[in-house]
Ligand binder design. Structure first.
Ligand SMILES: [Fe+2]
Length: 496
């Protein structure tokens, strides 16, 4: 079949790179001459050849590799180029050409060799970018940061209807969104279009073009607070599995992921492991696809026999075994676990019996206990959980016994606030003093939008919590609201 002729610029959704290995990185783009139309202005059949170039300099004077790859119609004209033969710990620039059009230039970086001694790693932590709740100013600032890679830990899209004004963005008439977005995402076309909408954002494009990303999802890539094949509203399982399959398919198409992550119907292997020299191991989790249903109907509830049932799981048995095996075999200084929902306990009040979030690890305490036992048994000294979901920054110590502040600190948790979800937010909640009294292991809170920069070396971890005064108008500045450190071999966060 003759490839469709491109008469307009197809590179409207930017470029991306991801999942760096010492010799490889995935390069991504999606052809969309008309991003706001179903099909993106391309025929539903026919693959488009896309030329690509990889260079050691940003002006492409020294092109190191080049070739042609196919943007298949069946993948909605997305490209997933799994480059090999690269140099470890190396910065590269890349771009694509299709027809007479050239994409924006992306910058990426391979991981250090597995046996390399790494001086420092600087990693961004972001999550939760509800389009209609604010601008992606945080991502524009993230693009300007000097980082080796970025972790995106869930809620890349949201499934809600978006009106012509794009909600809090208040688009004027000449930028009004088509009516197509004004319904909830259910089928494959809906999900594909939702990614197109999000990816038209120039700040999101800038953040992808600046750094390689390691991505994992949370709930809103499919539906709020789903659990396995159980939907929030308890849809028939086959109906929900079809929705999940559509959502997973569109997710893979739109992320810089490799073939092993390509879904098979409603199943997609997203949890995966990366080595970052001798310095760190990254174990990215998927706590949505295999979890037991939330106890007590979800929400903030008193824990009890239902939530504490040891048969319940947040990771599924297979992923849990994989995680604990990974801890046992790890020789890295730092074990980072980028994942979705809050790991440390968060009590609502100081009462001995207090409500807990049934959607977070608090709703699956036996699952958490098995992970912590695995950390201890493997002798993991520097266990670091990186989290999203809560739309606030937290610095948390992970205690062996959360009821006993004097008990051993087994690790630390950095929860990064949202990019835009939750509108502008506020610095402190009204009940901040109750929150710290109820949770002495909680060292810090900020409820504004932003991101975290996690830097690691052989001696310590540092978390810089960056915030913006607001996101419902564009262009806000970023400031570092607080910085915390934790020493290697002696976990526990303290102000830097
Ligand atoms: Fe979220």
């Amino acid at each position: 079949m003759t490839p469709p002729t491109l008469t307009e610029n197809p590179f409207t959704l930017g470029v991306a790179s991801g999942d760096p290995l010492p010799d490889s990185v995935v390069l991504w783009t999606r052809l969309a001459p008309h991003p706001h139309e179903p099909g993106n202005g391309l025929p539903t059949q026919g693959n488009v050849p896309v030329r690509w170039e990889l260079s050691a300099d940003e002006h492409f004077r020294r092109v190191e590799q080049s070739g042609t790859v196919c943007a298949p119609a069946q993948d909605n004209h997305t490209v997933h180029l799994d480059l090999r033969g690269l140099e470890a710990d190396h910065v590269y620039w890349y771009r694509f050409h299709a027809g007479r059009w050239t994409s924006p230039v992306g910058r990426t970086r391979t991981a250090p060799a597995a046996d390399a001694l790494v001086g420092e790693a600087r990693l961004g932590l972001i999550s939760c970018q509800q389009y209609d709740e604010g601008y992606y100013t945080a991502l524009r600032h993230l693009a300007d940061e000097d980082l080796d890679a970025v972790f995106f830990v869930g809620d890349y899209i949201y499934e809600n209807a978006i009106n012509a004004q794009a909600g809090a963005r208040r688009y004027p008439a000449d930028r009004a969104l088509p009516d197509f977005y004004n319904h909830w995402t259910v089928n494959l076309d809906d999900f594909r279009q939702r990614y197109a909408l999000y990816k038209t954002d120039p700040d999101l494009q800038a953040a992808h073009a600046a750094h390689p990303w390691y991505v994992t999802w949370d709930d809103h890539e499919v539906e709020n607070n789903y659990a396995g094949d159980i939907s929030q509203d308890n849809l028939p399982a086959d109906v929900f599995r079809a929705r999940r399959a559509a959502a997973y398919r569109a997710y893979w198409e739109n992320m810089p992921l490799r073939r092993p992550q390509r879904p098979n119907g409603p199943d997609m292997r997203l949890y995966r492991r990366f080595q970052y020299g001798q310095l760190a191991q990254f174990d990215l989790l998927d706590t949505r696809q295999y979890r037991s249903d939330q106890a007590y109907g979800d929400g903030w509830r008193y824990p009890g026999p239902e939530s504490e049932n040891p048969a319940r799981t947040l990771t599924g048995a297979e992923q849990e075994r994989w995680l604990l095996d990974g801890f046992r075999n790890s020789t890295a200084t730092w074990n980072l676990v980028p994942q979705q929902v809050c790991f440390a306990r968060r009590k609502e009040t100081t009462a001995a019996r207090s409500k807990l979030s049934m959607d977070s690890w608090d709703g699956y305490p036996a699952s958490r206990q098995r992970v912590l036992a695995g950390v201890e048994q493997a002798g993991i000294e520097n266990f670091v959980v990186l989290t999203g979901d809560d739309h606030v920054h937290y610095a948390l110590d992970i205690k062996k016994d959360f009821d006993n502040p004097a008990s051993r600190t087994l690790g630390v948790e950095i929860v990064g606030t949202s990019v835009s979800s939750g509108f502008d937010g506020e610095d402190r909640p009204e009940d901040w003093s109750t929150m710290t009294a109820a949770n002495p292991h909680m060292k810090y809170y900020n409820g504004r939008r932003g991101y975290v920069i996690v830097s690691l070396d052989e001696e310590r971890l540092r978390a810089d919590f960056c915030t913006l005064p607001g996101v419902i108008t564009p262009g806000a500045p970023v400031t570092t609201d607080a910085s915390f450190v934790s020493e290697a071999g002696a976990p526990g966060l303290r102000p830097a």
